[in-house]
Design a protein around this ligand. Sequence first.
Ligand code: PLP
Length: 461
Amino acid sequence: MNKNKQELLKQLPSVDSILKIYEKANENEEIDIHLKKAIRNTLDTVRHNILNEKLNNLPSDQQWLELIKEATIKERELSLRGVINGTGTILHTNLGRSVMSSVIKENLDEIAFGYSNLEYDLAKGTRGSRYSHIENILKELTGAEAALVVNNNAAAVLLALKSLVPNKEVIISRGELVEIGGSFRIPEVIKMGGGTLLEVGTTNKTHLKDYQEVITEETGALMKVHTSNYRIVGFSEEVSNSDLAKLAHQHDIPLINDAGSGILLNLTEYGLPYEPSVKDLISEGADIVTFSGDKLLGGPQAGLIVGKKKYVDMMKQNQLLRALRIDKLTLIALEATLRIYLDEESCFEKIPFLKMLSLSLDECKAKALELKTMLDSSIFNIELVNGQSEIGGGSYPERELPTYLLRITSEKYSPQDIERLLRTGKIPIIGRIQKDAFVLDVRTINNDEFIKVKEALMAIN
Ligand SMILES: *Cc1c(COP(=O)(O)O)cnc(C)c1O
């Protein structure tokens, strides 16, 4: 090792001496574990750089302070944290899918930080069931005889198959053998459930007789799956939920309907194509309907199961339920979300997904103008342009919602630079690059987040 390197390493200050410098310069700041860790990490980095000859001088006191300040900010950051979604995709799978209603805060405050009657029947003073807390409300909202809830819809489908058709055939249309994101593939799940998959029809057309022809003693269930994330258009035909239910009942077997996103309301008023609600599917005769809590419902991650009592009871008795058990935080959030649906009008105000979905183009424009006015900047040039938001979460593919975007450009930074700087800032802002410019869609940015967008832009200079 050359002399200079050795000399520098010897002169490296100790953790304590750097801490003293830091304390003197930041009198009001708390000395916590994160600060000490940041000092140790910074010392390691400097030592490493000296050894690799990337550094030929020790940092000055001022430079130490700057290095430590930056490292401390990083150390104090949580790994999982809030971001601002400027992509315009309302159910963004990578950004936490649905945003929960702030109404839930009160419920969490009241219940989550103390003991609760999670599994205790207060009227009888005996052991109760965690599922009892959502069963009545789900029955009311869907018209079903019984209800159950598990971790997510994938778990709900698995539990249904494991409980109702182990070792039997499950008949499903070739047009519905879908893969949902995260490699959830219907054929694999049927296999995992212990059933044998019997495909009928073709990719684009399946008729009632295709099902009729293959039903035998070996058939355990008919299954219908919502083709959430893609659509077969043109020369296509599928058998309706009600016709399949009739056929299933003639043979005394259940129809399991994986509704995917599962809606409780009619959203045609908002320019979306008609989709049967979970209530419609039940009234048309589906024996079990499963759907997600954090897609179109706009609640926490959960798998909701509604249907005939006889079949739901079979699921309640399955040992697998224990492994798919929903947590109390989720139950609190789910009950609170479902209660909002009791008053349909308030849904569009209180459930963020529905609120963002139902924003009109004029409302988007007003939001965009308000944000643009706040963002007056010398470095960035900001314009309003027309754009399209997406629903996301594998729901309503191809269906875009007209919106307004803020197109943010700069002489100094490329669109890629702007994207990176905003994504890696103190409050991460996620936008997208469109036609070689960085854009933010106001549909998915809440008005109370505007100030954070302003701060983030001002922090770049
Ligand atoms: C999204 C989806 C699932 C998986 O639901 P999760 O709640 O993400 O587990 C299953 N089936 C269909 C049809 C879906 O759209």
